[in-house]
Design a binder for this molecule. Structure first.
Ligand code: UDP
Ligand code: MG
Length: 317
């Protein structure tokens, strides 16, 4: 069987409520493209019936469906990494399982790739998420724009297309904590962005708690910039210079005006501010060190329990 032109990579975590609806829209949309394709589902250690539903889907369309079953929950970006390592298409498209990005738009991404772009990013038109999520995304997009060299309008939109060359480069990275769209962008030579539609989650709830969202954004910031660390060196220098001036001033004042014990609470204020700054700095350092530690242990990034796919190469004898 020749390699497909398009691989669609979909991470799945506790999505039993919406999977059938996804199948019902995804496969017709891909069939309509009239080209060879494969769909790669990665079950990210779901605790619901997702794995069983994916197995059934594999049995229904084995020639275009492949399923990777993780033994535990390793996170969306590692699930996509595993999908990339197994994808065979020239064009690899990532998509969320919750139908927030319409599968019918895949054709537009493919058209752009065929025009010669190697990375098609997307911007969500009329984003259908809570006010808080939209506000937080805007803040994080702005921060990323300033501290990293990754330029994208809407970092949270996962429906994107990557060329075979970029996927190969990503596969070489072996990063434990990563952010695939940014990593892909860093290898892109001809990137472009298009607007696509956005809907509310079809069923179930967001799989990201506030905590995992914060961790994900730390992955993005620490993974693509050391500027936060450098800011602390600069802040340290600024505080030292100010302190020297302050000490000289206090010494002169002591000689010229005499001793004083007023201003105790302003001193507290200043001390608390500096302690806060120091703790934040230590914590930030810890974010980097923790990631370095995870990376240097060289443990497998994820553990695959089983892969459901049709054999394509003839068995050896
Ligand atoms: N997901 C995953 N592992 C996780 C969390 C999420 O594979 O630990 C998948 C999830 O099934 C979905 C996609 O990643 O296909 C995006 O998750 P979600 O829609 O909950 O995120 P949101 O749209 O709220 O940012
Ligand atoms: Mg979603």
């Amino acid at each position: 069987m020749p390699a497909p032109e398009i691989s669609v990579v979909i991470p799945v975590y506790n999505e039993e409520a919406g999977l059938e609806a996804l199948f019902d829209r995804l496969y017709p949309a891909l069939d309509a493209l009239g080209t060879r394709y494969e769909v790669l589902f990665i079950n990210d250690g779901s605790r619901d019936r997702s794995a069983a539903l994916l197995r059934r889907r594999f049995e229904a369309r084995p020639e275009v469906t492949r399923v990777i079953l993780f033994a535990a929950n390793f996170g969306q970006h590692l699930a996509i990494s595993a999908g990339f390592e197994h994808a065979r298409g020239d064009i690899v498209i990532t998509l969320d399982a919750d139908l927030q990005n319409p599968p019918e738009e895949i054709g537009r991404l493919v058209d752009k790739m065929r025009e010669g772009y190697d990375y098609v990013g997307t911007i969500r038109r009329d984003r259908q998420d809570s006010l808080f999520r939209r506000w937080a995304s805007r803040a994080m997009n702005g921060l990323r724009e300033r501290i990293t060299r990754v330029k994208m309008t809407d970092q949270g939109c996962m429906m994107r297309a990557y060329s075979r060359a970029i996927v190969a480069a990503i596969n070489n990275c072996q990063e434990v904590s990563t952010f695939i769209p940014a990593l892909g962008y860093s290898f892109a030579m001809r990137p472009i962005e298009i607007e696509i539609g956005h809907a509310e989650r079809h069923a179930g709830e967001s799989k990201y708690s506030l905590y995992s969202l914060i961790r994900l954004n730390f992955d993005l910031m620490t993974g693509f910039s050391v500027l936060p660390l450098q800011m602390f060196s600069l802040a340290g220098i600024a505080v030292s210079v100010l302190s020297v001036i302050f000490v000289v001033y206090l010494a002169l004042r002591r000689i010229l005006v005499g001793p004083e014990a007023e201003g105790l609470f302003s001193l507290f204020g200043i001390a608390f501010f500096l302690i806060g700054l120091t703790l934040f700095g230590v914590g930030l350092l810890g974010e980097y060190v923790g990631r370095i530690y995870q990376q240097v242990r060289h443990r497998p990034r994820y553990f695959i329990e089983a892969i459901l796919e049709k054999r394509t190469d003839p068995p050896h004898d």
